[in-house]
Design a protein around this ligand. Structure first.
Ligand SMILES: NC(=O)c1ccc[n+]([C@@H]2O[C@H](COP(=O)([O-])OP(=O)(O)OC[C@H]3O[C@@H](n4cnc5c(N)ncnc54)[C@H](O)[C@@H]3O)[C@@H](O)[C@H]2O)c1
Length: 406
C-alpha cells in the first residue's frame, strides 16, 4: 500500500518505520533537518529501535517536505502532527492536524485519513461535520517516548475508531480493519487484541488511559509526600502495597510529578471534556500534581535555608537533566522545570546540566554541559531520576527516585 505519514516525531516516525517494512511509505515533515536525517538512514530522535531499523532493516521509506506530492500519491494518510491544550484559554489546538487534512482534501479527497494525534473527545465527529467529503478514522497511540518503535512492535492493543456519522461509514469500517491489520503485520507479536469502535469512544480511550497513568503517578507521589512529612520509609510502604496483585509493583516509583508532552496536556484535556459532567477525581489528579511540585520545591528551599544557616552565603541549586526519563532526549513539560520555576521565583540561583541542550541559558539560568564544573559549583543538586554520574556528590543530591528506575 502507498502510505503517507504526516509528522516525523515520536508517533509519526515510529509508525513510518513500522509500516515501511511491508508498504511504500513517504514521511512528511516541515523541518528540513529531520527530513534530511531520515533520508540518510539516521533518526532525528533518541530511540534505539528506530535507529536500528533505519540503519539495518530493509525499509521502503523516504522523507520529504513536499506534503502535496506525498498525499496525492497515497491511499492512506496517517496524521501524527502536534496537538495542544491551553487550559487558561480552554482551547484545544488542533491546527496542525487540520493543516494536513485541508491539504489532503485539496490534492487527494479519496484518501483515507487516520488521525493518530491525541485529540479531544468528539473531535473526529466534528471533523466529519466540518469536512463531509473527508474519510476519517481515529486510532489512539499508546507508545512511550524513548520506546516509540518498540511499543509499536509489541503493541498492548490496536484500536481504530470509525465515525458512525460519516456518509462513508461502511467503507471506513473496512478501512479500519485494514489499518488495524497493517499495524499488526508490522508488529513482532501474534494475537494482539484489536478493537474497532466508534471514533468518539476511541478518543476517550486515549484520554482515560493517560489520565489513569497520571492518577497512579500522583497516588504514589502523595504516598511519598505523606511518608516524608511523617518521617516514614516510603519504599517499604510502596513495596508492601504493591504486593497486592490487584495493585502490582509496577509504575510506582515516586518522582517530582508527572510530566512530559502527554500526561499534563491529556489530563487537562479530559478535565475540560468533563465540563457539565459531575466529577471530583479528574480535577484532583491535576491539582495533586501541582501540590506535589509545591511540596518538592518547599523541601528544596528548606535545604537551601539550612545551608545559609551553616554559612554558605548564596547556595546555588543545580538541575541535573531537564529530561523526564533516563535515556530520553526530550524535556517538553518535564516536572523538574516546574520545580525550577518555583525555586527561581524565590530568587535562588539555578544552574542546569543538560548535555543535549545547545544553549548558554534556559529560562534565564546558566546551562552547562560540563558535569564536573556543574557538580563543583552547585550546593544542592535536583535529580528527578538518579544517575551513577552523581554517586560522588550523593550528599548534595535531592531526588525521590526511590527504586532507581523509571
Ligand atoms: N510523544 C508521545 O509519547 C505520544 C504518545 C501518544 C500520542 N501522542 C500524540 O501524537 C501527536 C504527535 O506527538 P509527537 O510526540 O510525535 O510530536 P512531535 O512534536 O515529536 O512530532 C510532530 C512532528 O510533526 C511535524 N509537523 C508539524 N506540522 C506539520 C505539518 N503541517 N505537516 C507535516 N509535519 C508537521 C513537526 O515538525 C514534528 O516533527 C500529539 O498529538 C501527541 O499528543 C504522543
Amino acid at each position: 500500500m502507498n502510505i503517507a505519514v504526516a509528522g516525523t516525531g515520536y508517533v509519526g516516525l515510529s509508525l513510518a518505520v513500522l509500516l515501511s517494512q511491508h508498504n511504500s511509505v513517504t514521511a512528511v515533515d516541515v523541518v528540513s533537518e529531520k527530513v534530511d536525517l531520515i533520508n540518510q538512514g539516521l533518526s532525528p530522535i533518541a530511540d534505539a529501535e528506530i535507529e536500528e531499523y533505519l540503519a539495518t532493516h530493509e525499509l521502503d521509506l523516504r522523507a520529504t517536505l513536499d506534503g502535496a506530492a506525498a498525499y496525492a500519491a497515497a491511499e492512506l494518510v496517517v496524521i501524527a502532527t502536534p496537538t495542544n491544550y491551553d487550559s487558561d484559554k480552554n482551547f484545544f489546538d488542533t491546527r496542525y492536524v487540520e493543516q494536513v487534512i485541508e491539504l489532503v482534501l485539496e490534492v487527494n479527497p479519496e484518501a483515507i485519513m487516520v488521525v493518530k494525534s491525541t485529540v479531544p473527545v468528539g473531535y473526529t465527529k466534528e471533523l466529519t461535520e466540518r469536512y463531509p467529503s473527508g474519510k476519517f478514522l481515529f486510532s489512539p497511540e499508546f507508545l512511550r517516548e524513548g520506546h516509540a518503535l518498540y511499543d509499536n512492535l509489541h503493541p498492548s492493543r490496536i484500536i481504530v475508531g470509525v465515525p458512525s456519522e460519516s456518509a462513508y461509514a461502511a467503507e471506513l469500517e473496512s478501512a479500519a480493519q485494514e489499518f488495524a491489520a497493517l499495524l499488526a503485520q508490522g508488529s513482532l507479536d501474534e494475537g494482539t487484541p484489536v478493537l474497532i469502535m466508534r471514533a468518539t469512544e476511541a478518543e476517550a480511550v486515549k484520554l482515560f488511559a493517560n489520565t489513569y497513568l497520571a492518577l497512579r503517578v500522583a497516588y504514589f507521589n502523595e504516598l511519598d509526600t505523606y511518608a516524608c512529612v511523617r518521617g516514614l520509609d516510603a519504599s517499604q510502604i510502596i513495596e508492601g502495597v504493591g504486593l497486592d496483585p490487584r495493585i502490582g509493583g509496577h509504575y510506582n516509583n515516586p518522582s517530582f510529578g508527572y510530566g512530559g508532552y502527554c500526561l499534563p496536556k491529556d489530563t487537562k484535556q479530559l478535565l475540560a471534556n468533563y465540563s457539565e459532567v459531575p466529577q471530583n477525581l479528574i480535577e484532583a489528579i491535576v491539582e495533586a500534581n501541582r501540590t506535589r511540585k509545591d511540596y518538592i520545591a518547599d523541601e528544596v528551599l528548606d535545604r537551601v535555608t539550612h545551608l545559609v544557616y551553616e554559612g554558605v552565603p548564596q547556595p546555588r541549586v543545580g538541575v541535573y537533566r531537564l529530561t523526564m526519563k533516563t535515556g530520553s532526549d526530550n524535556f517538553r513539560a518535564s516536572s523538574i522545570q516546574g520545580i525550577m520555576k518555583r525555586i527561581k521565583g524565590r530568587g535562588i540561583p539555578v544552574m542546569v546540566y543538560e548535555p543535549t541542550l545547545n544553549a548558554e541559558e534556559f529560562y534565564g539560568s546558566v546551562v552547562t554541559r560540563d558535569l564536573d564544573a556543574f557538580k563543583a559549583s552547585c550546593d544542592v543538586i535536583l535529580a528527578n531520576r538518579w544517575s551513577e554520574d552523581l554517586a560522588d556528590v550523593e550528599d548534595k543530591v535531592f531526588t525521590r527516585d526511590l527504586f532507581k528506575r523509571d
